[in-house]
Design a binder for this molecule. Structure first.
Ligand code: F6P
Length: 351
């Protein structure tokens, strides 16, 4: 223990878990949580596979060596799942029993709206929880950015760069389908950074007539190829395109296929050969960027400090370049959408 522990905390041992879809930057958060907690004389237990680990009692001690060498690694050393312990009432009881059994005085839950929704419910039932915002989609409210997003848009931007050269060689339109269930932050940012000729996102009305007109305008001035970015959650004819009928514990369908539908429509209306690329989980895999490593590190440190201060029911967040805190319930109330200003910026480069 050193002077980094305020004397008024009764917390001796905490649990940390990662829930929902993985993303680059989770390991930097876990590393920072462990390092900062150990400095404060607090033991850390890793809960495997998100909330599932509290139901199955799969808990591992984390020391400095367990988090050594993970800063640059994508994914999460703890594993993750989309388990909702409130789907089956017995699971939430078991989760609390597991916490008591392992003498966990508090929890740090790293996750998006679903994982933090569970955290909020546990907090309302008396469990001491602190949240760390995580979503590759960057659509969690009350934080300017979530880690993982920067890594994803850089991967997507590079993919769009690569698609340019092959599209140009073959005089094709290429539709690139990007992640983004409720919002189109990845499509918008990667599309702007990669110079897409049209960007479709779920946050606004999309007019296919307009997309087709812009592509025709571009081809009329001599360009013989185009790149179109589309978020997987875009509704065409008022319906999302799904891979199948399965849903997860939180009721989310498995998205995928909207790019193909759009490509067929573009080809039908323009006569230009149109292909589709689905980037999928490539956007979530691999090493985090420097931005994501630093943001994850800052979030992890501040989350432990929140525990030390007794700031339960709160989440760390980024505002400007400052790490702040906010009530979890405020952050999960509604998603952070892409506003029309972004659409205006992107559309300057259409046609
Ligand atoms: O919620 C983040 C996200 O990456 C979405 O963009 C995507 O629809 C979903 O996860 C994919 O989830 P899974 O990896 O479970 O198929």
């Amino acid at each position: 223990m050193d002077n980094m522990n305020p004397s008024n905390t009764d917390v001796k041992r905490i649990g940390v878990l990662t829930g929902g879809g993985d993303c680059p930057g989770l390991n930097p958060v876990i590393r920072a949580v462990v390092r900062r907690a150990i400095r404060a004389g607090i033991e850390v237990m890793g809960i495997r596979d998100g909330w599932k680990g509290l139901v199955s009692d799969t808990i591992v001690p984390l020391d400095i060596n367990s988090v050594s060498g993970i800063l640059s690694r994508g994914g999460t050393i703890l594993g993750t799942s989309r388990t909702n312990i409130y789907k089956n009432p017995a699971d939430s009881v078991k989760a609390k029993e597991t916490m008591a059994k392992h003498k966990l005085d508090a929890l740090i839950a790293i996750g998006g709206e679903d994982t933090l929704g569970v955290a909020q419910r546990l907090y309302e039932e008396g469990i001491r929880v602190v949240g760390v915002p995580k979503t590759i989609d960057n659509d969690l409210s009350c934080t300017d950015y979530t880690f993982g997003f920067d890594s994803a848009i850089n991967i997507a931007m590079e993919a769009i760069d690569r698609l340019h050269t092959t599209a140009e060689s073959h005089n094709r339109v290429i539709v690139v389908e990007l992640m983004g269930r409720h919002t189109g932050w990845i499509a918008m940012h990667a599309g702007i950074a990669g110079g897409a000729d049209a960007i479709l996102i779920p946050d606004v009305e999309n007019d296919i007539d307009l997309v087709v007109a812009e592509l025709k305008k571009r081809h009329a001035r001599g360009k013989r190829f185009s790149i179109v970015a589309i978020a997987e959650g875009v509704k065409l004819k008022n319906t999302v395109v799904t891979q199948d009928a399965r849903v997860d514990d939180f009721g989310h369908v498995r998205l995928g296929g909207v790019g193909q539908t759009l490509a067929a429509e573009i080809e039908r209306r323009t006569g230009y050969e149109t292909r589709t690329v689905v980037l999928g989980h490539l956007q979530r895999g691999g090493s985090p960027t420097a931005f994501d490593r630093i943001l994850g590190t800052r979030f992890g440190i501040r989350a432990v400090e929140l525990v030390l201060e007794g700031g339960f029911g709160k989440m760390v967040c980024l505002r400007g370049n400052t790490i702040e805190t906010v009530e979890i319930k405020k952050a999960i109330a509604q998603p952070k959408t892409v506003d029309g200003e972004w659409v205006k910026i992107a559309s300057v480069f259409y046609g």
